[in-house]
Design a binder for this molecule. Structure first.
Ligand code: SF4
Length: 381
């Protein structure tokens, strides 16, 4: 792939050097793109005509288009981006105090079929390129006017690979994207501001620590092999003992912890016995447990646990001395369940939608109100 967003700074310098640009001119182009939010060579005022031409011919510069942009009343923003082959992916921004987390997709759809996940019903279309991953961040920053000089007052502070897809099934492109995100002369996001969340692709977990040094989140959802296999078929391949061994080999950086994602499903994984199994599974690791109220979508086979059950589950974990949060749902007034906006927008001509409380929707063929669905993605750092 040869889009400008596919390149690390070094590989861009090499590519542009092959096209006749001097290395410091390539550095200037890099800074236009990542510090100033400019991809049009004509706007790069310190490049001469020959360098502008070389840049435009050496790398792809086209951007995904925005199919939809939804703003929830609590500040959550959700985008549906259309890629060059017509595929669509979702990206969600979740503000929380001074922190702003962007949840990015790593695949179009997903091969895994976690039964509580709407994306899992869609199948896999393809992996995203590194450029398509970076484009989500770049476009989100552009839409939020978040290209600020000297890294001050940024809205977007954290990235989680927790959108559509299993990031470790697209490891090479996800890792390249992380290197680009962490470049000190670009987005300059530290490793502790980036989290890769995996459903448990055990053989690749160690590399997250070794090669990147970013945070690890595990979509666990049950610490009982039989239950986990029922709701997450990947558990047949990488059972809990295999997963635990892989996590034990993950090099946890100083003052960091592993985040455990746990969707609470009524009468499936929400008993106090389930909480005890979770505590036993994670007790040797510095941990943060994120309990997530299940976010029902049309046709989903599960219900959200009762509030009292969720609170008792949380209290049991807290009593064991483990940090735990019971997430508030965010973006309640937009269709923010993972994979849902993509489904709904693709069906928009045939399905009657009734969504009363969207603040704004841009980019659709016509303004339409979208579903009252809750988002359950939140920063893990
Ligand atoms: S939870 Fe993640 S890994 Fe599982 S089906 Fe959904 S997108 Fe895929």
């Amino acid at each position: 792939m040869n889009h400008i967003f596919d390149h690390t700074r070094e590989s861009l310098k090499q590519t542009l050097s092959n096209a006749g640009m001097k290395p410091f001119r390539a550095e200037q182009a890099w800074q236009w793109v990542y510090s100033k939010g400019v991809t049009d060579p004509e706007q790069m005022t310190n490049l001469g005509a020959a360098d502008k031409k070389a840049l435009a011919s050496a790398v792809g510069l086209a951007l995904p288009t925005i199919t939809a942009e939804q703003h929830a009343e609590d500040g959550v923003i959700k985008w549906l981006f259309k890629l060059s082959d017509g595929q669509e992916i979702e990206t969600v921004f979740i503000p929380q105090g001074k922190r702003g987390t962007l949840c990015v997709s790593s695949q179009v759809g997903c091969t895994l079929t976690c039964r509580f996940c709407h994306t899992g019903t869609q199948g896999l279309a393809r992996n995203l390129t590194a450029a398509e991953i970076i484009a989500q961040v770049w476009l989100a920053k552009k839409q939020m006017a978040d290209f600020t000089p000297n890294n001050t007052a940024r809205k977007l502070t954290n990235i989680v690979f927790m959108g559509m897809g299993e990031p470790l099934y697209n490891k090479d492109n996800v890792f390249t994207a992380c290197h680009i995100l962490m470049d000190e002369k670009g987005f300059a996001m530290g490793g502790r501001k980036i989290t890769i969340s995996t459903s448990g692709v055990a053989p690749e977990i160690e590399a997250i620590g070794e090669e990147l040094g970013v945070n690890l989140a595990i979509s666990l959802h049950s610490a009982d092999d039989e239950t986990r296999t029922k709701i997450m078929p990947i558990n047949k391949k990488y059972s809990l003992p295999i997963l635990k061994k892989a996590i034990s080999n993950f090099k946890l950086r100083e003052n960091r912890r592993i985040t455990w994602e746990y969707v609470l499903l009524k009468n499936v994984n929400d008993s106090l016995e389930d909480a005890d199994k979770l505590i036993a599974f994670i007790k040797k690791f510095p941990s943060l447990v994120n309990l997530i109220p299940f976010n029902p979508w049309p046709g989903s086979p599960f219900e959200c646990s009762n509030p009292g059950t969720m609170n008792a589950f949380r209290d049991r974990i807290a009593k064991a001395g483990v940090d735990v949060t019971l997430r508030k749902t965010r973006g309640e007034d937009i269709s923010a369940a993972c994979g849902q906006l993509r489904s709904e927008t693709s069906k928009r001509n045939t399905v009657s939608l009734q969504y009363p409380t969207v603040v704004a929707v841009y980019g659709s063929e016509k303004q339409q109100e979208l579903s009252k669905i809750k988002v359950n993605i939140e920063s893990t750092e």
